[in-house]
Design a protein around this ligand. Structure first.
Ligand code: NAI
Length: 620
């Protein structure tokens, strides 16, 4: 294999700006800056008669991250991720042969085998990081290639780690298919059918000439709009103008490799470096089940899941930057005490996510902050009780939070909430999960509840939630990378009661606003859940107000309520578990305790029974 390094040439252009130096044709001499890769240094690496266009960002003295793009893409698919990594790493991207501004093999047939693609990878790795192994990251066909590089013997020692997303090893896929066809059970047959349906495009790409005609004709023109609509890709500097040619050439990736490998998968396709697998759960082309047996092939495997579609480098760059950065840093530091992933429930999902919890100084809020901390999230603990919030943040750090901060804010104060959002956004980033939990209790008949008491409960329980949803929800939608909002309502939201009119009204409003917001934000990948806990043993009983009675009687009732909640003894930690599950499953309404589940069922199927119960309830 002959390889060499040349100087930069030509410029790539964003899609639609016309003109492209297609496969084989290089542009003018000069220092290039690739489309969407402002500030990148370019060079050309020659190997096996091909010239590969390579872009570099960041300090070459730092560990090298090599990003390999998929089909039908060019290196610009990584522009956001590359920018995010460049302050900590030496980031390298290249156009795969036949794509972007790299030249294409002649003839095309047989020019895209995984063996030749491995030659390309080694040539680039030798050029950009001759003395140190590189950290490989691949998406789609870039990940299929990455698996080949990571499992081939001749690349041993050249790869320090591999992050794979949306692209399985063809060998592993071959074994997966064989296992399911050799011994089909109903479950395995369903998995086979599911993946076969998702693979329709692979059959199409095996037809001669047609894919080339379609890509260079109507599909090539419409592709950016299709991606925006189907994959919710933000408009921007991607795809580049080379797309139709990239897609036509890239059809040979499938034709040269898929059938031969699936028919005869290698028996020794074991990864020789640590692997981080990122699985987008909404991928239209790949079933998450494909990776069921992966531990067998990659013993040092870390799994991450992302509620996203296929093109995660464009739709979720922030999350990828965090996960890639954390994984590489853990590998580089070689510190056995430093785990790449937290060990709590759902750590694969929440690691590094920014989670803001209001009312985090006590009860359900504190337990929720801790559960997210155990999953490795970054925590912002907000409460009007500054000391309590600080304690929650301190303990969150101790039990696994990637980072944790405390903020003293009254959620009913709109200006304070605006300031909080500005600060959080500027210093910690956009919130991924918001938990509007702060709330206060109030008991007393409607006729005995004065305007001030009504105002107090609505200000915190309803307006606090509205401010949180509006102010942080706006930033989530502006970022365009999805997220989740959890509002803590109550079983009181669907239980009429003569003793809790103000509290129940505030919680019914929270339930309804959650349902409305869920509909509003569904198209933007932002989920909304309303949690209805039931009777939970927290401090709320000792702070809840009882109207229309003297102070002493109020104290007596508070103590009585505390005793009752203590006897029921349902812990806030279980509500926290339900909250994390609700986010993972994107559940709309979650009654937590059995009594809350029963009340929800009655409200739907036997509302008269609930009305009768409301009359029977304790005297106000
Ligand atoms: P808690 O009293 O233990 O915790 C509430 C926290 O919210 C406290 O740390 C408090 O300082 C904070 N808070 C109150 N007003 C605030 C404000 N204006 N700004 C910022 N922070 C404020 O109560 P618990 O039980 O943990 O309640 C949490 C949420 O769960 C509340 O919304 C409550 O209505 C709801 N809930 C509780 C149930 C229970 O049985 N404990 C049942 C159903 C719902």
């Amino acid at each position: 294999m002959g390889s060499g390094v040349g100087s930069g040439r030509g410029k790539g252009q964003p899609y639609g700006s016309g003109g492209r130096s297609g496969g084989g044709a290089a542009g003018e001499a000069g220092t290039g800056t690739g489309a969407g890769l402002a500030g990148a240094r370019e060079r050309w690496v020659r190997t096996g008669g091909i010239e590969l266009c390579v872009a570099e960002l960041g300090d070459p003295a730092r560990p090298t991250v090599l990003l390999v793009h998929g089909y039908p893409d060019s290196k610009e698919v990584w522009s956001e991720v590359a920018r995010g990594l460049a302050d900590r790493f030496h980031v390298v991207l290249y156009d795969v042969r036949g794509c972007g501004r790299s030249t294409a093999p002649q003839p095309l047939r047989g020019g895209f085998t995984l063996e030749k693609l491995t030659d390309d990878f080694l040539a680039v790795a030798d050029a950009v990081s001759p003395d140190r192994p590189v950290h490989l990251v691949g998406h789609d066909w870039g990940s299929v290639q990455g698996w080949e590089f990571t499992t081939a013997r001749r690349t041993e020692g050249r790869i320090a780690s591999f992050t794979s997303m949306s692209g399985p090893s063809l060998d592993h896929f071959g074994h997966w298919l064989k296992k399911r066809t050799a011994r089909p059970t109903p479950r395995r047959a369903a998995q086979l059918l599911n993946q076969s349906a998702k693979s329709w495009y692979i059959y199409m790409l095996h037809t001669p000439v047609l894919p080339e005609l379609v890509w260079k004709g109507p599909l090539g023109k419409r592709w950016p709009k299709i991606l925006q609509r189907a994959e919710k890709l933000p408009a921007g500097d991607y795809p580049t103008a080379s797309l139709p040619t990239d897609a036509a050439h890239g059809a040979w990736l499938y034709r040269d490799n898929v059938l031969p490998r699936l028919r005869r998968p290698r028996a020794d396709a074991y990864a020789h470096c640590p692997v981080q697998l990122i699985t987008p759960t909404g991928d239209a082309f790949l079933s998450p089940r494909l990776y069921d047996d992966l531990e067998q092939w990659a013993p040092q495997l870390i799994r991450r899941t992302l509620p996203a579609k296929h093109w995660v480098p464009r739709t979720r760059p922030d999350q990828l930057v965090f996960w890639i950065g954390e994984f590489i840093t853990a590998k580089e530091e070689r510190d056995p005490a430093r785990r790449a992933v937290a060990t709590g429930a759902h750590a694969d999902r929440f690691g590094g996510q920014l989670v803001l919890v209001t009312g985090a100084a006590s009860g359900i809020g504190r337990a929720t902050a801790f559960a997210f901390a155990e999953a490795g999230a970054r925590i912002v603990a907000v409460d009007r009780d500054a000391e309590g919030a600080a304690r929650t943040a301190d303990m969150s750090r101790l039990i696994g939070a990637a980072q944790a901060w405390a903020e003293a804010v009254d959620v009913s104060d709109e200006t304070a909430m605006e300031k909080l959002a500005e600060k959080v956004h500027a210093e910690y980033g956009t919130v991924d999960v918001l938990v509007n939990n702060a709330g206060i209790g109030l008991s007393g008949s409607l006729l005995q509840t004065g305007t001030e008491d009504w105002k107090a409960v609505l200000d915190v329980n309803l307006w606090g939630v509205i401010h949180g949803c509006r102010i942080f929800g706006k930033r989530m939608t502006d970022r365009g990378q999805g997220g989740h909002i959890v509002n803590i309502a109550s079983a009181a939201a669907f239980l009429p009661s003569k003793v809790l009119p103000a509290y129940s009204t505030s919680k019914a409003a929270v339930l309804m606003l959650s349902e409305c917001l869920r509909a509003e934000l569904a198209g933007q990948g932002i989920g909304v859940s309303a949690i209805c806990p039931g009777l939970i043993n927290t401090g709320i009983t000792s702070t809840a107000r009882f109207t229309g009675v003297p102070a002493e009687e109020e104290k007596r009732r508070q103590a009585k309520a505390a005793r009752m909640y203590g006897l029921r003894n349902y812990p806030p930690e279980k509500v926290a578990d339900a909250i994390l599950r609700a986010v993972v499953r994107n559940q709309a309404v979650v009654p937590v305790t059995p009594e809350a589940r029963g009340a929800l069922l009655l409200s739907r199927f036997a509302p008269r029974a609930l009305r009768a119960l409301a009359r029977l309830g304790p005297r106000p």
